[in-house]
Every structure is written in C-alpha cells, then in structure tokens.
Design a protein around this ligand. Structure first.
Ligand SMILES: C[S@@+](CC[C@H](N)C(=O)[O-])C[C@H]1O[C@@H](n2cnc3c(N)ncnc32)[C@H](O)[C@@H]1O
Length: 213
C-alpha cells in the first residue's frame, strides 16, 4: 500500500502543481531523502487554503519537525497573526530554526521547545486554529488538551487519520499494527466527541477536521 490515492491521480495532481517557493520544494526534498514525515503537499495546500479563508489570529502546531508546515501556515497568516509550534526533538528544532530564518517568518513563528504533553496544559493562551501532528499513540491525550485550548468556533486540523491507507485496510504489515490500532481507536474517539463538529477528509494521509461547538 502506498497512500490513499491511486498513483495515476497523484501524478495528475502533480502535473497541475504550481509551487514555485524554492524553500518549500527544498524542504520537501530534504524530508523525502531523510525520511522526515512532513505533511503531504496536497494536504499542505489544503491547510494553507483553510488558514487563508479562516483568518486565525493565533495558531498552535503540535509537532514542528523541520518547520515545513509551520512555514506553509505562516505564508497564509495575515499581519499581526502568529503561530506557536511545539517540538521535543533537539535535532529537529535546530533544522526548523534554520528553515524559519531562511523563510523570513521569524517574527510569526515561535518554537516552543519540549514535550507537548507537559507544555499544552500550562499554556495560558487560547487558539483559533490547532494543527495536531505528533506521535500517534499520544493523539487521544493531545486531542483532549487541544480541545481545551481551542476558542469556540476554532478549528482543529489533525494529520494521518487514514495512516498510509492502513486504517481502512484488512492487511497491515507487522510494524504498523500497533500504530494502526492507535489511529483506529483515535478516529472513533474523535468522531464521537460532542465538543466538536468533526469529519475525516481523504486528502494526503487523511485529515481530521473539527470545529469547536
Ligand atoms: C509528523 S512530524 C511533524 C511534521 C510537521 N508538522 C510538518 O508537516 O512539517 C512529528 C514531529 O512531532 C514531534 N513530536 C512528537 N510527539 C511530540 C510531543 N509529544 N511533543 C512535542 N513534539 C512531538 C516529533 O519529534 C516530530 O518532529
């Protein structure tokens, strides 16, 4: 299994792609070569479009990695809006800081160093838009923490809910059995929450979208 779209559809969408930002393309290449799991470019375009349409003032991201999605969000944020992004890996923080400097969005992107499980309950701010993209086995806890920190009508955007296609597949390779189970349990929990209007959109690796009621 290789994702949730047929290869012919992926090729077709790639042939239509207009991306010109050299830093974005360079980060995608780096992630591909170094196996860094960043947001699929189609889901990233969807994310940018949502941010542009919803005009969130304050964004929280859980899982910065090399700052690919942070920079894509920053591209769509209006002046005087900002993103706090939480990352626990020192190596990733170093790479993210370099990319953020190159992007010129240092004034919009604030890296919060440490484990989101410790950090989020202590955040004083509330957010209009939260992007959850951390370790899958922690999704339930991080989801609960995120909903707490989301303003009413705020949007929660969650990556990997179709998990490379395995969430809906009968055949799962040994190494993905536990993570697939975590994602399946999480999906039930997410869709059953009465705090959000929620759905799963089959873009990229499957995006959970929820609006706080
Ligand atoms: C899938 S990558 C994030 C990709 C990034 N959002 C993008 O699309 O460009 C997940 C990142 O989350 C970090 N991470 C995982 N669990 C975390 C936690 N509990 N607290 C902080 N960072 C976490 C990992 O170190 C990793 O860099």
């Amino acid at each position: 299994m290789n994702g949730i779209l047929h290869n012919s559809q992926i090729k077709y969408l790639e042939s239509l792609r207009k991306e010109k930002n050299q830093l974005i393309l360079k980060m995608e290449e780096y992630a591909r070569k170094n196996n860094v799991p960043i947001l699929d470019w189609k889901a990233a375009e969807f994310l940018e479009t949502l941010v542009l349409a919803l005009r969130p003032q304050k964004v929280l991201e859980i899982g910065t990695a090399i700052a690919y999605s942070s920079i894509r969000i920053a591209c769509s944020l209006r002046n005087d809006c900002s993103i706090d992004t939480i990352e626990k890996s020192k190596d990733n923080i170093e790479l993210a800081l370099k990319n953020i400097e190159e992007s010129g969005f240092g004034d919009k992107i604030n890296i919060v160093k440490g484990d989101a499980l410790d950090i989020i309950p202590n955040l004083e701010e509330k957010y209009d838009f939260i992007f959850l993209d951390a370790d899958k086995e922690d999704y339930k806890k991080l989801f609960d923490y995120s909903v707490e920190k989301l303003n009413k009508d705020g949007v929660l955007f969650i990556d990997n809910l179709l998990w490379k296609g395995y969430a809906g597949s009968a055949e799962i390779p040994e190494k993905y059995i536990n993570s697939t189970e975590s994602i399946r349990n999480f999906n039930q929990y997410f869709l059953a929450s009465n705090q959000l209007f929620s759905t799963i959109v089959p873009i990229g690796d499957g995006i959970g979208l929820g609006v706080k009621q």
